[in-house]
Write a protein that binds this ligand. Structure first.
Ligand SMILES: [Zn+2]
Length: 133
């Protein structure tokens, strides 16, 4: 699951959360929820700081700017659990495979996999290799 490994690396390199969607104070998006900040107003040692800013000084094609920023913040919050789920699903898929086939030869002999195993295998295969770039 190369994508899972890549996402672990990206998450580790990124600013720690929680990431909070908040209002732009400046520029053409002033007053709109197009900024993500991390940190806390309560901690002087770790004050709020900008993590993501969308189109602060020029209007780009950001018609859905708030929705896009909301998605980034939500993905950052959900990603650790989703990665854990992906890894657990891989273990479970391997267990299902072992229940359904006694060996690789039998698996290659053409017996249809269960719908559950096929669905997991197909979903997990989308996390292999192609990282969407
Ligand atoms: Zn066999």
């Amino acid at each position: 699951m190369e994508t899972v490994e890549r996402l672990h690396g990206l998450l580790e390199a990124a600013t720690p959360g929680p990431w909070v969607q908040t209002q732009e104070i400046d520029g053409v998006f002033s007053g709109r929820q197009t900024v993500i900040k991390a940190g806390s107003d309560d901690s002087p040692a770790f004050p709020y700081r900008r993590v993501v800013t969308v189109g602060q000084t020029r209007q780009h094609f950001h018609i859905k700017a708030e929705d896009n920023v909301a998605l980034i913040a939500a993905m950052h919050a959900a990603l650790p659990a989703l990665l854990d789920i992906a890894e657990a699903a891989k273990v479970y898929a391997d267990e299902l495979w072992a229940e359904e086939y006694c060996c690789r030869e039998c698996a290659d002999a053409g017996k249809e996999p269960s719908r559950e195993y096929a669905a997991l295998r197909d979903a997990l295969s989308r996390l292999e290799g192609d990282d969407g770039e």
